[in-house]
Write a protein that binds this ligand. Structure first.
Ligand code: LMR
Length: 400
């Protein structure tokens, strides 16, 4: 009965790792998926995560019972505080409902399904380009996906005018997906002044902001600085949704731990919204896993562990920033044609190189360098040792 099933293509991002794993070359380099690697090219478990896990193991009173549908209460509270700030009026007024979800993707999906059922406008505007999974997540959640201009290939920067025009002509009430910081895949973020203009436009048109916050702490190395755009919106008293992921900033990729917060106008509305979120979650996966959320709560609740985390997080962000400089310097020293200054201007995990699909295919075939076809490279996968190899590959790709 399944003989008619046609083979689906690999995922454009995770499929890069599948292809990489099949390549026997000793010089192969995976710059596809956004996952942090050390200078030695190894995955990193943060020390603070090891410590928190040790505490959890030592605590014999801990059991493996089901969590509530909305997840671990303390985790939810601390997650809202992390993104909105300890002094957030919305939190103090109990206007925020937060539910634990399966990392960023799960948070986006639960938020999308809630909106499809309970919000009057079904259109969501996503930036062009955006993370490859956004369109699929929101389409399957029941929303209709449209794009707004974001990236300007000529300047390799923000197309701010295009963004304002497109959001300005969106129908009143439409949902707008915003990358809270470290835009994926472009590494191009609005300035705080531009965010303020975006906020005014969104509020004046009664658009509904939905933040994807997957890189808090990774863009600048500061958790507070990277949360500024979200806090700007939360401070004006209006509604917004926020999907948070701990994959990158705590290195908890495979633990699938994240949170969806919905900032409402009143505490009463927030509690009714939460009751409906439970109806979305229960038939989807019943309730979320306990381990990752317990790690996060252990770290966020303890001042010493929290401080240790911020230091390790800053070290990851700094290593990425130094990789940008090294790659830029190497291309310049090599005399590779083109202006590569965007490598050091863009922020977060990725550089949007400007290389086209053909050049990417060439680099994979000839140099065993794996990256997404749109020319995005994960700076977190690069090290001082591999910069020369990547430089050779880019040089050859643009000159051959
Ligand atoms: C990425 O964009 O590489 C990451 O967000 C990982 C993923 O799930 O795609």
């Amino acid at each position: 009965v399944f003989a008619h099933v046609v083979r689906a293509p690999e995922d454009p991002i995770l499929g890069v790792t599948v292809a990489y794993n099949k390549d026997p070359s000793p010089v192969k380099l995976n710059l596809g998926v956004g996952a942090y690697r050390t200078e030695e090219g190894k995955p990193l478990v943060l020390n603070v995560v090891r410590k928190a896990e040790q505490q959890l193991v030592n605590d014999v009173s801990r059991v493996k019972e089901y969590l509530p549908i909305v997840g671990l209460a303390e985790f939810n509270k601390l997650s809202a505080k992390l993104i909105l700030g300890a002094d957030s009026p919305a939190i103090q007024e109990n206007r925020v409902t937060t539910v634990q979800c399966l990392s960023g993707t799960g948070s986006l999906r639960v938020g999308g399904e809630f909106l499809a059922r309970h919000y009057h406008e079904r259109t969501i505007y996503i930036p062009l380009p955006t993370w490859g999974n956004h369109t699929k997540v929101f389409t399957l959640a029941g929303l209709s996906v449209k794009t707004y201009r974001y990236y300007d290939p000529a300047s390799r920067g923000l197309n701010f005018q295009g963004l304002l025009e497109d959001l300005g002509s969106a129908p009143s009430g439409a949902i707008v997906l915003l990358h809270a910081c470290a835009h994926n895949p472009t590494g191009v973020d609005p300035t705080l002044e531009q965010w303020e203009q975006i906020r005014q436009l969104i509020r004046s048109k009664a658009l509904l902001p939905f933040f994807d916050s997957a890189y808090q702490g990774f863009a600048s190395g500061s958790l507070d600085a990277d949360a500024q755009p979200v806090r700007l919106f939360a401070a004006d008293g209006g509604e917004c949704l926020i999907a948070q992921s701990y994959a990158k900033n705590m290195g908890l990729y495979g633990e699938r731990v994240g949170a969806l917060s919905i900032v409402c106008k009143t505490a009463d509305v927030a509690s009714r919204v939460e009751s409906q979120l439970k109806l979305v979650i229960r038939p989807m996966y019943s309730n979320p896993p306990i381990h990752g959320a317990s790690i996060v709560a252990t770290i966020l609740r303890d001042r010493d562990l929290y401080n240790e985390w911020t230091i390790e997080l800053k070290a990851m962000a700094d290593r990425i920033i130094s990789m940008r400089q090294q790659l830029f310097d190497a291309l310049r020293a090599r005399g590779t044609p083109g202006d590569w200054s965007h490598i050091i201007k863009q922020i977060g995990m990725f550089t949007f190189t400007g290389l086209n699909a053909e050049q990417v295919a060439f680099m994979t075939k000839e140099y065993h360098i794996y990256m997404t076809f749109d020319g995005r490279i994960s700076m977190a996968g690069l090290s001082s040792r591999t910069v020369p190899h990547l430089t050779d590959a880019i040089h050859a790709a643009v000159t051959h």
